[in-house]
Design a protein around this ligand. Structure first.
Ligand code: ASP
Length: 338
């Protein structure tokens, strides 16, 4: 039987980290080391192991991910059946989403990592790599978008969040749950995620930056007026509840929306930003009428990345509004004044 050809590309992360002379664990292991530590892989797939970066998750950039997306496209064109990206868990919820936006979904792409380093008791890296390769080798994952596999759970990049700093069960998809499992060496799919955000097709050309400002209790939004001066070309305002900020911050949001696209999100981990329920100053209806773009179900972090990619690809304000309007949600009845 011919085994599927799977690329395992390592970007670094805890899964590659060993104790350094200076103290603490730092990235040292290569993709070859990771693959060699899991002998069972040889009966699942024919692998190429490649080390692209050796960085902690927090130091990866959109430029790094653009290079990874190009690498994946090239390998798929050369006949690979799927790919596993191994990296730090700190940014998996971000990088998987960016890769989802930068790839066309024709082949399974699985992102994994580990919560415990390879020298720790109960290291989860080998099990995660085995499960990730098993998922990447399953053709049924093609077309479902990039997925994240840890702790034998399969999560859609669109929904997944890191929800604990230390547990091996850190990855959850608040509001939806995982889409499947890897169990007894096989992929078990429970649901198909709606791919409601279009991939970003245009090349990323600009170095646009998007600020993420959280407005909690008693905030007045005084950071907002300096964002343009600091060189930001877009902003995500993370409000409370269904997309609410204090009344005293509403005018600052309105002024900002005349200067740059402002996307309205919530700090609540599940459920979407409303569009037509609350009418008080600082409510979602007030902010949308003042020009803010509701983010749907996206977390503020993922909304920042989507807006960044759109701005870098030269999207117009209309394109941006469209991109944040998921297909599953009827359009808002409140229209912006401008
Ligand atoms: N704690 C992180 C990890 O699990 C560190 C990182 O993101 O590089 O990999």
């Amino acid at each position: 039987m011919t085994l599927p050809r799977i690329l395992v590309v390592s970007l670094g992360g805890t899964i590659t980290m060993t104790t350094s002379a200076a103290g603490g664990i730092t990235p040292t292991l290569t993709a070859e080391h990771l693959v060699a530590s899991v002998p069972q892989l040889s009966s699942v797939a024919s692998l190429e192991a490649l080390t692209r970066f050796s960085l902690p998750g927090a130091s990866l950039s959109i430029q790094n991910l653009t290079e990874v997306a190009t690498l994946l496209k090239d390998r798929f064109a050369a006949g690979f059946d799927g790919a596993v990206v191994v990296q730090g868990t700190d940014t998996i919820e971000d990088t998987a989403f960016v890769l989802d936006l930068l790839t066309d979904g024709t082949h399974p792409v699985v992102v994994t990592g580990a919560m415990r380093g390879p020298q720790a008791a109960g290291a989860d890296g080998p099990a995660n790599i085995l499960a990730a390769v098993t998922a990447a080798a399953d053709r049924r994952l093609a077309g479902l978008g990039v997925v994240v596999v840890l702790n034998d759970e399969i999560h859609s990049a669109r929904w997944v969040q890191k929800s604990h700093t230390g547990l091996t069960s850190a990855f959850t998809s608040p509001g939806t749950g995982c889409i499947g499992m890897v169990s007894e060496g096989r992929v078990e799919l429970m649901m198909t995620p709606q791919r409601d955000i279009a991939p970003v097709k245009e090349a990323l050309q600009h170095d646009s930056r998007v600020a993420l400002v959280s407005l909690g209790l008693d905030e007045d939004g005084r950071l907002l007026p300096v964002l343009a001066e600091l060189g930001y070309s877009g902003a995500v305002v993370e409000g409370m509840g269904a997309g609410h900020v204090p009344a005293g911050a509403a005018e600052a949001v309105a002024r900002l929306a005349t200067e740059m696209p402002v996307v309205l999100c919530t700090r609540v981990r599940a459920g979407r930003v409303f569009t037509k329920t609350y009418g008080f100053p600082g409510s979602e209806m007030d902010l949308i009428a003042k020009g803010a773009i509701p983010c749907g179900h996206l977390s503020a972090g993922k909304a920042r990345l989507l807006l960044t990619l759109l701005l870098r690809s030269g999207a117009s304000t209309d394109d941006i509004r469209q991109a944040f309007q998921p297909r599953g949600i009827a359009p808002a009845t409140v229209s912006p004044k401008d």
